[in-house]
Design a protein around this ligand. Structure first.
Ligand code: ZN
Length: 485
């Protein structure tokens, strides 16, 4: 039976969906004004693993992940670059899709954009106003009155007084309480026309929090089985979503709240101001990622390494990004692929009665413990290697698929250059490495030398390739396979 850690109750709970056999899951997605960074990668991959395991467990899943396509940062970016807002958001939505495709993240079932739900947002704001939970302030903004909602703080586990003391809340004289948050922002004359909607409160645009209350209810209905998001969203975003939805409609917004842990860089928070910001495409593009194109050429070995780096960690634990940790992930993933190259997997599908499959399932049913599931994969790899066991290799590949791993052809995988192998690190990165054509030419020259019985030359070529991080494997029939160490 699946157990999930619920941020709201602070315990692992046996999962019981509202409708038997169905899971309605809403995850807060990206604000599309820039390229996705490694923290986004963690959120995208973590909830991809969740939805994959729910489906593998037999649930019909309706997974909604929204796109925030109206926001201060988007407007600023549009004004700065002389583009219309939708040009900025369309571009970065394409870029996000390229990134998630590279990481093997399946598209959510529904991917609504905030600008498509402004009417639904105004409906909720109207209900809140009728219930005395929203008011229009002197500056024209419509704010939520947190004092009117008794449950405020239940997700973050804090009282209003704690939150006022502990959070840096801007002093804003037009708000009745410093924790009141904006539902509707009054239009400003200098803002572009496409950022303004007509409303009972005058022209304006929605605040950020209200969009998720509108889209989750419209697309999935209440209560949701699972509401998820990144670690920074617990407060205020998710606290505010609860206040809006439950304030307007009564009942419960979501039965289970899931939050993935933070991605740190050298044990610091990743942020633009610290200069340690790293995008997905900088990390896994073949060569340099172009800064003017949403699409790019992906290095498949590095891309799977990044996914593996995330998956082998428990989704709730903090995760530390360092170059060494990526090398460690690449080496470990290489070991799994090595087993698949050594022993051809049999294709019989998963035998759930087998010991490691049971260990895998037990781990995943224990709050999506993909770290434990990956440990089972290593057991299978060891078994495949030791016993030349095609069934173990088959289990390895089939269980790997449930985590979105191990589906590349091992020969092609090992021929992709990687910046994150120990060998590449010693040689200054993939840019310095021999390309495939040069390697094939040397292998052909070595075969000729061997035929001419010039074994000194043949050995010298093997040594030269080894020094460049290329290992040769002479197969029966005179074929030589090569791989990058
Ligand atoms: Zn949200």
């Amino acid at each position: 039976m699946l157990h999930i850690y619920n941020t709201l109750s602070r315990t692992k709970e046996a999962f019981k969906p509202v409708h038997a056999g169905e899971v309605r899951m809403y995850v807060c997605g990206m604000t599309v004004y820039d390229y996705c960074h490694l923290g986004h990668a963690r959120m995208l991959v973590s909830f991809d693993v969740v939805q994959r395991w729910l489906r593998a467990s037999g649930y019909a899943v309706d997974y909604v992940r929204n796109i925030t396509d109206i926001d201060d940062k988007i407007i600023r970016r549009a004004v700065e670059t002389g583009r219309r807002m939708h040009e900025v958001t369309d571009y970065f939505i394409d870029a996000m899709h390229a990134d998630e495709g590279a990481l093997g993240v399946a598209r959510p079932d529904q991917e609504p954009r905030a600008t498509q739900y402004v009417g639904e947002m105004l409906d909720i704001i109207g209900r809140l106003e009728q219930k005395g939970l929203a008011y229009q302030a002197d500056d024209g903004d419509v704010n939520y009155s947190v004092r009117g909602f008794p449950g405020y703080g239940k997700l973050s586990g804090k009282t209003l007084d704690d939150l006022r003391a502990g959070e840096r809340v801007a002093v804003d004289s037009s708000k009745r309480d410093p924790l009141d948050f904006v539902l509707w922002k009054a239009a400003k004359p200098e803002e572009p026309p496409e950022t303004k909607w007509e409303s009972p409160y005058g022209f304006g645009r929605p605040g950020w929090h209200i969009e998720c209350s509108a889209m989750s209810k419209s697309l999935l209905g209440l209560p949701l089985d699972i509401h998820g998001g990144g670690p920074d969203l617990k407060f205020p975003h998710h606290e505010n979503e609860i206040a809006q939805t439950e304030g307007a409609f009564g009942g419960t917004l979501a039965n289970i709240w899931m939050h993935c842990g933070p991605l740190m860089v050298d044990a610091d928070k990743m942020s633009k101001s610290l200069g340690n910001f790293r995008t997905i495409r900088q990390t896994i593009a073949q060569g340099e990622a172009p800064d003017s194109q949403a699409e790019y050429t992906v290095n498949p070995r590095e891309a799977e390494m990044l996914r593996f780096f995330i998956v082998r960690n428990h989704y709730r634990s903090p995760q530390n990004y360092t170059p060494d940790n990526l090398v460690d992930a690449q080496n470990a993933l290489d070991r799994l692929y090595q087993a698949l190259q050594n022993v051809a997997p049999d294709g019989a599908g998963i035998d759930w009665d087998e010991t490691q499959a049971q260990a895998f399932k037990a781990a995943m049913d224990d709050d999506f413990n993909s770290s434990g599931a990956v440990a089972a994969l290593f057991e299978l790899a060891g078994q495949a290697n030791r016993q030349r066991d095609g069934r173990a290799a088959g289990q390895l590949k089939a269980l790997g698929a449930l985590l979105g791993l191990l589906q590349q052809d091992p020969v092609a995988y090992f021929q992709s250059p990687t910046r994150y192998s120990s060998a590449a690190m010693q040689q200054g990165g993939a840019g310095e490495q021999l390309d495939a054509a040069a390697i094939e030419a040397l292998i052909a020259e070595r075969a000729q030398a061997k035929q001419a019985r010039d074994f000194a030359r043949a050995d010298a070529i093997r040594a030269e390739l080894r020094a460049a991080g290329i290992e040769l494997d002479d197969k029966p029939g005179g074929v030589t396979q090569w791989r990058r160490a």
